[in-house]
Structure formats: C-alpha cells, structure tokens
Design a protein around this ligand. Sequence first.
Ligand SMILES: CC(C)=CCC/C(C)=C/COP(=O)(O)O
Length: 294
Amino acid sequence: MASPRRSVEGRPLGASVSSNTSNPGSPAHGGGSSSRFEFQSLLSSRAAGVDPTSARLRASESPVHRRGSFPVAAAGSSQASPPSLPEEDRIDLNPSFLGIALRSLLAIDLWLSKKLGVCAGESSSWGSVRPLMKLLEISGHGITWLLGTLYCLCRSDSWAGREVLMNLLFALLLDLLVVALIKGLVRRPRPAHNQMDMFVTLSVDKYSFPSGHATRASLVSRFILKHLVLAIPLRVLVVLWAFILGLSRVMLGRHNVTDVAFGFFLGYMQYSIVDYCWLSPHNAPVLFILWNQQ
Ligand SMILES: CC(C)=CCC/C(C)=C/COP(=O)(O)O
C-alpha cells in the first residue's frame, strides 16, 4: 500500500501502521477500529468500486481479521473493545491452545523418559542394575499376583480371609481388563529404547499407555493398606515398593513417565470401584458357596 494515500477517515495510512509496530496480522495487533485490515480492505474496495460499508462487513468476517481481534490479545491493548466472537470461533481457538499444551507435555514426557531410561539396555549407564529392575518387574507382574492370590485363596481357612482374597482376585482381573482395553484403544507405542524382553505378555502389551505394572502397584498397595493390619514400617515398605516399581518401568525403558503417572491414578481409582462393589456372602452368595464346595 502506498503511504501517501489517505483512508476514508482522513488519516494517513502510514500513521496507523507506525503507531503499532507489531505484525498487523498477528493476534497481538488488537482489534481497534482503525486496524490495518480494515484500511486495506476499504482502500482496495474503493479502488475496485465496491461499497465500503459492505467491504467493512466482509473484512470483519474474515478469519484473519477475527484472529487479530482475539479477546486475549485485545485485553493487553489500550483500546480494548473486542467485538463479540461467534460461538464457533471459540470452539476453533480452544483446541489449538490445548493442542499446544498437550504437545509440549508430550515433548517433556519423551525427553524425561529418555533421560530416566538408564537401565534400558545392558550397555546403558545403569545397565548393571537392570537384573534388579527385572526382579521388581516380576514382583508386580499380573501372573505373580494372580497365582499368589489363587494360592492363598486355596490355603485360606477363614471366611473373612476368603472374602478379602476373592475381592483381590476380582480387583486383579478388573485391572487386567481395563488396562487391556485402554492399551488397545490408545495404542501408544512403547519407547523406542525399550527392549521387548518381558516375561509373559498379552498381545496388547506391545502398547505402553497405561503401565499395567503401575496400575497394579497402586491398586494392590491401596488394597493391602486398607485390608491388612500391618506395622508402620511395613506400610511404608508397601508404598515404597509401588513407587519404585513405577519408577523402574521408566528406568527399564518400558514406559514413558505419563504412562506410569496415569497408571498410578487409574489403579487408585480402580480400588474405589472394587471397594464400592465389594463382594461378600451377602451380595454374591453364589461365589462363596461355589468356592466352599471345592
Ligand atoms: C499375562 C498376564 C496375566 C498379564 C500381563 C501383565 C503384563 C506383562 C503387563 C504389562 O505391564 P506394563 O504395561 O507395565 O509393561
């Protein structure tokens, strides 16, 4: 645009541009009535012999113009008089902010997980600790817990003990089902530095979100703390086991940090479901009668 030309309001075009040095197309430009978009639109419409009023209306409908008058940007400007945005604009802009936040979180997640994956291979910086981490892995494995619970259920000779163990079994099965469902839905691949050398896996275990070990650790530890009478040091040990097991998933390179964090949350919530649906001889008599007949 040639600067000597004058706008319809009689102000030189250059004045409008020089009073605001930011990029006129940027959201930070604000939504003042003398915005450059309106000037350009009006000038070009005059040149083309178009009615300025309708041109101004069309300019305010332009997505670029709307972006320039985003309320957040306008709030920072001295001439804050943002035009009211149509509903669909707000829907458009919010996901992009959420998208940026989510992408940043994922980038931090990947970076941190790679940094913490110090036992991902024998040649890694903490490669010598890998066997210990794999022992921890077995301590939180589904098979270990299912077989252990079934064994205790067979050996238990009290109704109260059987009730608790029956519910633990229900909790473990629920956990396997929920984790398999989410892994199958989300399909997040395991970290690139992971070696797939795990002991007995299901087909969905090629996916990483959420960590099944983390859900189990948090579910089982909450279960134990609620239903077993333990001395304080043992209670601390249970919490420590769950925490270190979660951390070991990232150190082994099996998971990203967010897989484990969400796994802890999910396991915690699953316990609430188990507690709510607590099986007892009153609400599930068939289960208990069948077990007693064996
Ligand atoms: C075969 C059975 C009964 C369970 C599989 C348990 C398992 C291997 C879960 C994967 O855990 P992560 O998601 O933490 O790697």
